[in-house]
Design a binder for this molecule. Structure first.
Ligand code: GMT
Length: 386
């Protein structure tokens, strides 16, 4: 018999970034499998298009403000929104993306719901543990959110180990990797013509991120500067964020600003990735690296840092190259190897796409989330040792 479809609440951040992208894609694909999805967010998630689908709903969390409060009470507003949806519409479970403050909001909602409480799953995405959660001012709150979650997933073995190091919860986290839709990310998309960005004899190096310090977008420019001395190439930077100015200043200082194009935030990165000959991703402490996986699925070799969860995604020497994070020369040299050798580039691109499909295809990973939901609803112990 076919398992009963579930009514799932997904609480996520709507902005450009991995956790919002994963949460939105997960919801869309769960809906395709017959589940009813209720997104709760403070704005419409960036990857949720406006197309009508009868089993996808979006509920806005309007963070309340009052002159007496310093700032908005988002945590409470999110809790009350969860309560409202459970009471008025009905949910079987709630899936929180990013521990802070969503796990706290859901725990507060449980308290408000009393006997109507529903199981809560928290997915840890990375910076909620490594940067934000580990701050002394937030640590105890994140610990509470982890303790109160019925189940926990993390996006890599590295993140699970890191969480165990920083919080009292060893063995309670199941690893469920990020995923891609191989139909969406493909090597052969022709929608975005290459000639807009580079001449026929120029190669395209690409980087996509939210330009936060951990992404090292300035280093992307410095690595590219070394490569473009040897090969004719252009750097396409997609995204925006706090380190944008630093990246531009580095390009200016290195005299390569005319080789670097800043394309801003782009909702359809799947149209751009296939244009690239190389994807540069020197991020330190990346818990998974969804952008690198999207590049691989698009048939693009990746050069990045041997750090965080990236080695679980990119196999060094097979789908690209990983070097120590401080070895900018090494990353430039590895990038040049890829750019100079068309056969190597093709082989690495194919290996990356193959790996993306075999290990990280949406169908496989969505089924793992469904399994976690079912176990949680069946009242499985909160520590499914992975
Ligand atoms: O990378 C970011 O700064 C955004 C962040 C987020 O939470 O939106 O991304 C994290 O979650 C992604 C999806 O699970 C992972 O693929 C990213 O590696 C992770 N980022 C970091 O760990 C820095």
């Amino acid at each position: 018999m076919h398992p009963k479809p579930l009514r799932i609440g997904i609480v996520c951040y709507p902005t450009y970034g991995g956790s919002g992208a994963v949460a939105t894609e997960l919801g869309r694909l769960l809906a395709r499998r017959g589940h009813t999805i209720h997104f709760l967010s403070y704005a419409r998630p960036f990857r949720l298009d406006g197309d009508f689908q009868e089993n996808i709903f979006y509920h806005e969390i309007n963070a309340e403000n009052y002159p007496l409060f310093q700032g908005q009470l988002y945590t409470i507003s999110a809790a009350v929104k969860i309560v409202e949806i459970v009471r008025n519409i009905g949910l079987d479970l709630i899936h929180l993306h990013y521990a802070l403050p969503h796990a706290i909001s859901a725990w507060m909602a449980q308290e408000m719901l009393g006997e109507q409480r529903i199981p809560m799953l928290t997915t840890l995405h990375g910076t909620d543990i490594t940067l934000v959660g580990s701050k002394p001012s937030f640590h105890a709150a994140v610990q509470l959110g982890l303790d109160k979650s019925d189940m926990l997933t993390g996006v890599s073995n590295w993140l699970r180990a890191k969480t165990c190091e920083l919080f009292r919860i060893c063995n309670r986290i199941r690893v469920v990797y990020n995923f891609i839709d191989p139909e969406l990310f493909q090597p052969a998309r022709k929608k975005c013509p290459r000639r807009h960005f580079a001449a026929d004899d120029e190669q395209i190096v690409m980087h996509i991120s939210n330009f936060r310090p951990v992404k090292r977008v300035e280093e992307v420019v410095r690595i590219f500067a070394r490569m473009q001395r040897e090969v004719k190439a252009r750097l396409l930077l997609i995204g925006d964020g706090p380190d944008r100015e630093k990246a531009l200043a580095a390009a200016e200082e290195l005299g390569i600003h005319d080789r670097v194009a800043l394309l801003g935030k782009q909702p359809g990165v799947e149209h751009f990735l296939p244009l690239a000959d190389l994807f540069l991703f020197p991020s330190t402490g990346e818990s998974f690296g969804l952008a690198a996986l999207e590049a691989m699925a698009s048939g693009v070799p990746v050069v990045g840092c041997r750090a965080g969860g990236l080695p679980e995604v990119v196999i060094d020497g097979e789908c690209g190259y990983l070097r120590a994070c401080d070895d900018l020369d090494g990353m430039a040299e590895a990038g040049l190897r890829v750019l100079r050798d068309a056969e190597l580039r093709r082989a690495m691109g194919e290996a990356g796409r193959r790996r993306a499909i075999e290990e990280f295809a949406a169908d496989k990973i969505i089924a793992q989330y469904e399994q976690v939901y079912r176990e949680m609803l069946a009242g499985a112990p909160a520590c499914p040792v992975g």
